[in-house]
Ligand binder design. Structure first.
Ligand SMILES: [Zn+2]
Length: 282
């Protein structure tokens, strides 16, 4: 990935004005059409607000309309900086850190992060190939019972394409009636799927896949391709982040956090700096 340093960030986005100009150029790359004058006109910046105004009739447009910044009194530079931080971290950034560095309240920082996470989704199209399927449990009391059905934990089902993207989502349970529709949406027939010995996967062959089971009990004997290391690697990244940075995550917001980790994981090998990719999703 091309480097996008903090120095570069500060050069490109020195202040609120630069951020607003960026948004203006994004959403109005050429001329601005004034609906009152009913033609393309010149618009000038209104210095006291995040708007531009038609030179002739005073009609105003705001480049923050329909973005996560709309209605936010927080400085655009702080918003951009929070996005920057989130894209350069590996483990995750806590609201505390952005609070400390920008001076916004904790509540504001927390809200900003949730808004930013809502941008961190990818449309993953169904494909064929080699996939690892796995399930895990997240949340609840961190020192509670472990394993399937553990009290207070949310089941999460994940699919990782080898050398490709990972996707994961919280589910009500891990029955085949819940999980199979998710699998079918992502993986086309004739693909190979690797799973552990969990009984939910017993009939996954019926969806038209070649099914290879990994016997975790015999881990020492696993040879070649028969593993689910890719998805397990993602689980450990996700859990390290949630436990270490966020301490705990309520079920309501779990998908949002998974998106954050999934997005970073899926874009880790991009040439384009991740910060610019996320800006492009605003
Ligand atoms: Zn006008």
């Amino acid at each position: 990935m091309r480097k996008y340093t903090i120095a570069q960030f500060n050069k490109d986005f020195p202040d609120d004005n630069a951020c607003l100009e960026y948004l203006r150029n994004r959403f109005y790359p050429k001329k601005i059409h004034c609906p009152i004058c009913d033609k393309d006109t010149k618009f000038h910046r209104v210095t006291t607000r995040k708007v531009y105004e038609c030179d002739y009739c005073g009609y105003q447009i705001s480049p923050t309309t329909d973005t996560i910044f709309e209605h936010s009194p927080t400085s655009l530079k702080h918003w951009f900086y929070a996005i920057y931080l989130m894209t350069v971290t590996r483990c995750g950034i806590s609201a505390k850190q952005i609070q400390r560095e920008t001076g916004v309240t904790y509540k504001t920082a927390w809200r900003m992060f949730h808004q930013i996470r809502s941008l961190l989704t990818d449309d993953i199209v169904p494909s064929t190939g080699e996939f690892e399927l796995d399930e895990t449990y997240i949340g609840g009391k961190s020192h509670g019972a472990r394993g399937r059905g553990a009290e207070g934990k949310t089941p999460v089902f994940g699919i990782a394409k080898r050398e490709g993207e990972v996707s994961a989502l919280p589910t009500n349970d891990l029955k085949s009636s819940t999980v199979y529709p998710i699998i079918k949406k992502r993986i086309l027939p004739t693909s190979t799927v690797y799973t552990d010995e969990f009984r939910t996967y017993d009939s996954v062959k019926r969806l038209g896949y070649k099914h290879i089971r990994v016997n975790h009990g015999d881990k020492a004997w696993v040879v070649g391709d028969a593993h689910t290391n890719t998805i397990e690697g993602f689980w450990s990244l996700l859990k390290r982040g949630i436990n270490g940075v966020y301490h705990s995550v309520s079920e309501k917001w779990l998908q949002n956090y998974i998106n954050e980790y999934g997005f970073r994981y899926n874009h880790r090998k991009d040439e384009k700096p991740m910060f610019l990719t996320v800006l492009g999703k605003i």
